[in-house]
Design a protein around this ligand. Structure first.
Ligand code: PLP
Length: 485
């Protein structure tokens, strides 16, 4: 049998090494002098002993088992991996950005501060907000930060508001962040069009309402047509409006949350503006606010003096404090800056137009083969329901697994929660018609298979290294090492 190239522990032979170092010409240190004895290893670490080429092949092989946006089409709705221009990777690696230290004196990092300041201005303009903080490290972190700002605002006015309203189509992080920020979540059901039900919102909004959290377009890919009325209802109740802008590639240069009545917004730079994400990699979730919330922004804030120099402003007595070490994930901010500069305002608008066009093209071609819970024009993404396939004993999960056999990353499934057997598809703006057509043709083929040979789907995937997992067992009894039997 051909040895599995990834089984590096099995390849280990005593005495093999993957490095060559010159003879040590300084006295070797005695670890027990620096490290408390009870923390010292009593046995060697048990690492595989292999040659350099074996290590390289091992990691290269593992990397080939991964799927990323550079391998193929990745139509995951909502948390989509959008465009990651390679040029922005170069920019983030420039020594002047990558090798500076946050404790360097301000006068030696003026360029970096200018970049942050300009990015703040750009993002504020794009979202219609008055000021941004770039500190939060992820979307959910931005949500939590935004809610803490809302909390500080209400408290500064002597108001005790304890509830945050979210629609049932909201991203799971919304209620989670509200809870983490000490609020109680009130979920309101969407109406038959998949939009906020104004009567339900009126009934829920009151003197205890701190905020409404909304994604617009929502996670069904639908734009809240009555957003101005929604904003009025919440504001009249004394609450604020929070905008989840994790996926902004439907509205850039076309509509601004600030103009819709939102008071606080977060963006996911690691979705909309470059930077590959996933696997828990670094992100950035800047938060923008309207002027009445500016005093509470996390400190320090990067500011500009009259003479044009930049500095960290710590003199902010009402600030909620720091939410992230130093000043956020700087490399990701550099990528976002490069993204915005290289597209320019017209280019960003074009991104959104193409994202919406692509989504509607795919929606129209796939609609005849699925149930369509919310017909009509969508924005950057759309949802389908696979409930018709239940007649063949096949579920949406099986369609997703079968897609793996064809080399696709499946769409998001079973989210949002208010659509039965949900599939949520976002092609993004950068895919060609040929790529989308090939995916659609594959989906149609899979539907035919479900009708004629459902077993093929139930046992999928067939071509991947890891076959169908027992997901319950994987969640309950995860086996996390590679020496399992
Ligand atoms: C991805 C996403 C989030 C959360 O962002 P993280 O960076 O993963 O914390 C929040 N809301 C929506 C709509 C999202 O798509």
């Amino acid at each position: 049998m051909k040895p599995d190239k990834a089984l590096i522990f099995e390849m280990s032979r005593p005495g093999r090494v993957a490095y060559s170092l010159p003879e040590c010409d300084v006295p070797e240190c005695d670890a027990s002098e620096d490290i408390p004895v009870h923390l010292l290893r009593s046995k060697p670490a048990g690492l595989p002993e292999v040659y350099e080429v074996d290590v390289i092949r091992h990691y290269t092989e593992l990397s080939r088992r991964n799927f990323g946006v550079d391998n193929g089409f990745y139509p995951l709705g909502s948390c989509t991996m959008k465009y990651n221009p390679k040029l922005n990777e170069e920019a983030a690696r420039l020594a002047g950005f990558a090798r500076i230290h946050p404790y360097q004196p301000e006068e030696s990092i003026q360029g970096a501060l200018e970049l942050l300041y300009t990015l703040q201005q750009d993002l504020a303009e794009l979202t219609g907000m008055d000021q941004m903080t770039l500190q939060p490290a992820a979307g959910a972190h931005g949500e939590w930060t935004g809610l803490m700002l809302i909390r500080a605002y209400h408290e500064s006015r002597g108001e005790k508001r304890t509830k945050v309203i979210v629609p049932d189509s909201s991203h799971g992080t919304n209620p989670a962040s509200a809870t983490a920020a000490g609020f109680e979540t009130v979920t309101i059901p969407s109406n038959s069009k998949g939009l906020v039900d104004l009567d339900k919102l009126r009934a829920a909004a009151g003197p205890d309402t701190a905020a409404l959290m909304l994604t617009n377009p929502n996670t069904l890919g639908l734009f809240e047509e009555q957003i101005v009325e929604i904003a009025a209802i919440v504001h009249e109740a004394g609450g604020l409006l929070y905008y989840d802008g994790a996926n902004s590639n439907a509205i850039m240069g076309i509509a601004r949350p600030g103009d819709m009545g939102f008071d606080v917004v977060h963006l996911n730079l690691h979705k909309t503006m470059s930077t590959p994400h996933g696997g828990g990699g670094p992100g950035a979730g800047p938060v923008g606010v309207k002027s009445r919330l500016i005093p509470f922004l996390p400190k320090p804030v990067v500011s500009r003096r009259a003479d044009g120099t930049y500095y960290w402003d710590y003199d902010r007595p009402q600030s909620i404090g720091r939410v992230k070490a130093y000043y956020g994930n700087f490399g990701i901010l550099v990528r976002a800056y490069a993204y915005i500069r290289s597209y320019g305002p017209e280019g960003l608008r074009r991104v959104s137009e193409c994202a919406v066009l692509n989504a509607n093209y795919m929606r129209m071609r796939l609609a005849p083969y699925f149930d369509v819970p919310y017909p009509g024009i969508c924005k950057h993404e759309f949802v389908l329901s696979g409930k018709r396939l239940k007649a063949y004993g096949v579920r949406t999960l099986d369609v997703a697994k079968r897609l793996l056999d064809f080399g696709y990353h499946p769409p998001t499934i079973y989210f949002p929660l208010n659509v039965e057997e949900c599939l949520m598809i976002e092609p993004t703006e950068t895919e060609s018609k040929e790529t989308m057509d090939a995916f659609i043709d594959t989906m149609i083929q899979i539907i035919r298979e479900a009708e004629t040979n459902p077993q093929l789907l139930l046992e999928a995937p067939h071509t991947t290294i890891v076959k169908r997992l027992n997901e319950t067992q994987a969640a309950r009894k995860p086996v996390l090492n590679c020496t399992c039997g």
